[in-house]
Design a protein around this ligand. Sequence first.
Ligand code: UD1
Length: 433
Amino acid sequence: MLIDFKQNMGGNILEKLVITGKTPLKGEVVISGAKNAAVAIIPATLLINGICTIDNLPNISDVKLYCDILTELGAKITWNTEHEITVDTRNINSNNIPLETTRKFRASYYLLGALLGRCHSAKVGIPGGCNLGARPIDQHIKTFEALGANVEVSNGNIIAKAKKLKGTSIYMDLVSVGATINAMLAAVLAEGTTIIDNPAKEPHIVDVANFLNTMGADIRGAGTDIIKINGVKELKGNATYSVVPDQIEAGTFMLAAIASKGDITVKNCITKHLESIIAKIVEIGGNVDANGDHLRVWYTKKTHKATIKTLPYPGFPTDLQPQMGVVLSISEGTSIINESIWESRFQYTNELNKMGAKITAQGKTAFFEGVNELTAAPVYATDLRAGAALIIAGIAAKGKTEIYNLNHIDRGYENIEQKFRKLGAKIERVNEE
Ligand code: UD1
């Protein structure tokens, strides 16, 4: 039964993390570049007819996968260091990415906007990614059509074609990170001005706009309620861009500090991006001292219940909801989390309940009846952030926790066990016979 389940989850069935818990985390952790910015900026290089360098890339499997895809399309990618690449996009010779490739991760949808912008046509397999429930792309398609493309979905592919792309006004019916970035990618080289109304405002939206502007685009207002893109004839490149620090990785370590009753300093982060998480940690009784590009997070007394609703930025991020769920599962009283972005983001609660948590999830709401402590169990990372949450749970729990399905975690966290080990966690990656 155990083997069947692991095989069904599609992970590497031999690898697991083994964590001996009850270690308060202490020391410093340095945050890597943001995954969600990196996986948008790498395809955005397709809009450049030249050479550019991207620095502060996280060393994660999603980034490597994206670099392989660009190489297949004809780009020349040189790894200068493990965090820096130089991309030469002068010889792109394909605009077709098969379903076998795109189903591996959600961010493959950016190939549509980037290739449409560059080649005026793209054939891209329907994107895959973490199973968080339905993940429609109607707003992406609506945007491409508004810019003048004809979009068809057939045989598992999205095929977009345009004689020319023309700037227009686009009102997003809902706040979508992916659709906002795809709108920017498709509009940068379009003729005339594009206005995106009701865009997402996440830090990686601003980062992608900054990257494109560094390469010669004219995008204004990213991070506000209206984005205005004045189309330019070409993006020349010839510049180096450094990816923004990962707000979600920073939040993950902050919550791990509280769950483990620790005291850590999170370095290389933009504290402004962490306001909603800082506010919640302080509200439940944790301590945070933000100072320039680093912050100290520490535990002094038992944390207590909270009510949380996940929202687009600057609200509480859905990508930190599972990690926060671990903290609330061992906080005094009954907490409530309302997940407003994804319909199936409480799968991790079944795993936490195996560790002694008392969580009842009903649709988009979960109730966390705080317990005194978690206890070790074999558990399965059901998605990327669920995996991070289980690591935090393992560090806080009594006994030896085993976590399977590490491929989810490796997609988005650089050297996660090394970083936790440096903070004193007893965590090893081992191969199971
Ligand atoms: C991105 C992040 C993901 C994060 C999410 C929300 C990347 C690579 N991934 O995902 O980690 O959890 O933002 O912060 O950056 N929707 C539609 N139609 C669309 C597009 C979206 O209905 O065309 C809905 C989705 O089902 C979801 C909500 O809008 O309910 C937000 O989705 P979106 O912001 O687009 O998420 P992603 O870009 O996929």
